[in-house]
Design a protein around this ligand. Structure first.
Ligand SMILES: C[S@@+](CC[C@H](N)C(=O)[O-])C[C@H]1O[C@@H](n2cnc3c(N)ncnc32)[C@H](O)[C@@H]1O
Length: 293
């Protein structure tokens, strides 16, 4: 693997772009406008233009959210003086191309670089791609290192998370009706890849529910399996057909281990069933990974 200064700079630029860090002030301006309007105020133009000076706490919150891959929700003051979180506005204010945050992008980069340096065979897959940011990143890192013999598999319903039908997911409904922001059409995702100049034959889209698409996917071997489907069902129906395809020395990354209890349960059940004892390594408050030995 050739590591050059320009490759490192390109990878860093990809991260700042995917996380919308480059234009963080504009994101803060949008949030500020929503917060102000939500609470019946008028936007002051001086505050708006000089957002970094006028709203440093908002800029700091945005920075923290982008580092940790957290979601910002807006607070609305209620007539009785209390505040409520306006969760539904998540659909309007979630603006990055990936929601996984910088620590998890750093982890993904480390996993890819290890796989390349140690010649661990196999492709890379993410199950649950949303706008496609993490897959765009994986494709970009391969481009930076001029790797042409590995494929990025991008698996998603492109219709959001399924409604909870498995008992282990009961009460955990983040399907399209509840969180439409998670349903991104495949054409939109492909258009985003194109904008980054990274849509080519090394990217393959697997459209459909994981239970249908993954058992028949023409994947031979994987070096990176990145799970990001939130539910028990979505985690289990990805692991079952794919885990045995992960090479020794390959990585299994679990985005939702700390944020979605059904996902944690699926991982704990699968690891127990299969007698997997490799330690779970913490990436940030939400995510973990292990390396297959
Ligand atoms: C949290 S988002 C993924 C975020 C993404 N990894 C990123 O980089 O921002 C979860 C995604 O998983 C998909 N998904 C969840 N369960 C699924 C299933 N069983 N089959 C297909 N897609 C699923 C949803 O459509 C959604 O796009």
């Amino acid at each position: 693997m050739m590591q050059s200064a320009i490759a490192s700079k390109y990878i860093e630029l990809l991260k700042t772009s995917l996380l919308n860090e480059l234009y963080a002030e504009n994101e803060a301006r949008i949030l500020h406008t929503f917060i102000t309007r939500l609470n019946g105020g008028a936007v002051n133009f001086n505050d708006y233009f000089n957002i970094a000076q006028s709203k440093p706490e908002l800029m700091a919150a945005l920075r923290d959210a982008k580092s940790a891959g957290n979601t910002i929700t807006l607070l609305q003051k209620m007539p009785d003086g209390s505040s409520r979180q306006a969760h539904e506005l998540r659909n309007l204010i979630e603006l990055s191309h990936s929601m996984i945050g910088r620590k998890r992008l750093d982890n993904l980069q480390q996993c890819i670089e290890t796989v390349l340096a140690e010649n661990i065979p196999g492709d890379f897959i993410e199950t649950g791609i949303w706008r496609g940011g993490a897959c765009i990143f994986m494709r970009g890192v391969l481009a930076a290192y001029e790797v042409t013999d590995r494929t990025i598999w991008a698996a998603d319903s492109f219709e959001g998370v399924p409604p909870p039908t498995w008992p282990q997911d009961a009460g955990f409904d983040i399907s399209r009706d509840v969180l439409p922001v998670l349903a991104v059409p495949v054409e939109e995702v492909q258009q985003l890849f194109r904008r980054y100049g990274l849509l080519d034959d090394q990217v393959k889209f697997l459209k459909g529910w994981f239970k249908d698409s993954l058992p028949v996917a023409p994947i031979e071997r994987l070096a990176i399996l990145r799970l990001d489907g939130d539910l028990y069902e979505s985690t289990m129906t990805a692991l079952q057909p794919l885990y045995d395809k992960v090479s020794t020395g390959g990585f299994v990354i679990v985005d939702d281990y700390g944020s979605c209890p059904p996902c944690k349960r699926a991982i704990d059940d699968f690891r127990a069933e299969r007698g997997i004892t490799e330690a779970l390594q913490v990436i940030d408050q939400q995510s973990v990974f292990w390396r297959k030995r």
